[in-house]
Design a protein around this ligand. Structure first.
Ligand SMILES: [Zn+2]
Ligand SMILES: [Zn+2]
Length: 274
């Protein structure tokens, strides 16, 4: 387990794992701990938290982007076992069969949600399949913002506006267009992934980052890489190719988290030594 130094007024962002087998990201501020998505089994989330010394009972809230199992699978069981509050929009809540009155704190897109004492988020809607998916822009009293956005067919102007100036951006780079086209998926699935309601390709992600990144953004994490239609070195080189003027920290979140943390209010990423 890594030794950590406490930093006042900071937000720590740790990817517990990402990809089609499950997604979850831990946010830790001075006062609270929040999961963005809970797409692993309850047991798997507990195991991944244990690796970084976080008690499951200390998680205050789970924020759900959308209802797909790779984002929401473990939310209800984690709530039942450890009492974390689930925040979701009405469609997501209904789609995973939660009672919107007793089991969920409902939020609306583009309305600020106070999740805990010192963490608030702005849910920004993004186009994705049959889901009412959102990306989250996170505020934690540091005066700087972080963004987590995955599962979108294309970036909207609204999303681009909110990503600009964020100190940290976690964004999906789901597939390499050539690998998807030549790969094993049936044509209908290929069309869906590449369509407006599907996922971002490495090229789309790199163009998005090229548009939103400035020196204010200190770190970027590429997430939700397809195991069949992408590879970390391909995603990384496609993005770096377009970002030669940007000097921040670029990392890839894989299915095997947690591997690293980023801090807002502290520029270096911290490697987790297990
Ligand atoms: Zn999805
Ligand atoms: Zn997903």
């Amino acid at each position: 387990m890594a030794t950590r130094t406490k930093v006042g007024m900071s937000l720590e962002i740790t990817h517990l794992g990402s990809g089609s087998r499950g997604n979850s990201t831990l946010l830790q501020s001075g006062e609270s701990k929040v999961l963005v998505d809970c797409g692993f089994s309850g047991k798997q989330i507990e195991k991944r938290l244990a690796r970084i010394g976080v008690q499951p009972e200390s998680i205050d809230a789970i924020l759900l982007t959308h209802h797909h199992t790779d984002h929401a699978k473990g939310a209800e069981i984690f709530q039942r076992r450890h009492g974390a509050k689930i925040f979701a929009n009405f469609t997501t809540c209904a789609n995973i069969g939660l009672d919107p009155v007793n089991q969920c704190k409902l939020f609306e897109s583009l309305e600020r949600v106070q999740v805990t004492q010192d963490i608030s988020v702005l849910p920004v809607p993004v186009p994705h399949d049959d889901a009412e998916n959102v990306g989250f822009i996170i505020n934690s009293g540091t005066g700087k913002r972080a963004a987590i956005v995955t599962d979108l067919g294309e970036p909207t102007d609204e999303l681009i506006r909110h990503l600009k100036g964020c100190a940290h951006i976690s964004v999906e780079a789901n597939y390499d267009a050539k690998r998807l086209a030549l790969g094993p998926y049936p044509e209908s699935l290929k069309t869906r992934i590449a369509g407006r309601g599907g996922h971002l390709s490495n090229l789309q992600t790199s163009l998005l980052l090229e548009e939103v990144l400035s020196e204010q953004t200190k770190s970027v994490v590429l997430c939700h890489l397809s195991e069949k239609n992408n590879a970390p070195h391909i995603a990384e080189s496609e993005v770096l190719f377009r970002l030669d003027n940007w000097s921040g920290d670029l990392r890839i979140s894989t299915r095997n988290g947690p591997e690293f943390s980023h801090w807002i209010g502290q520029e270096e990423a911290e490697l987790i030594t297990l």
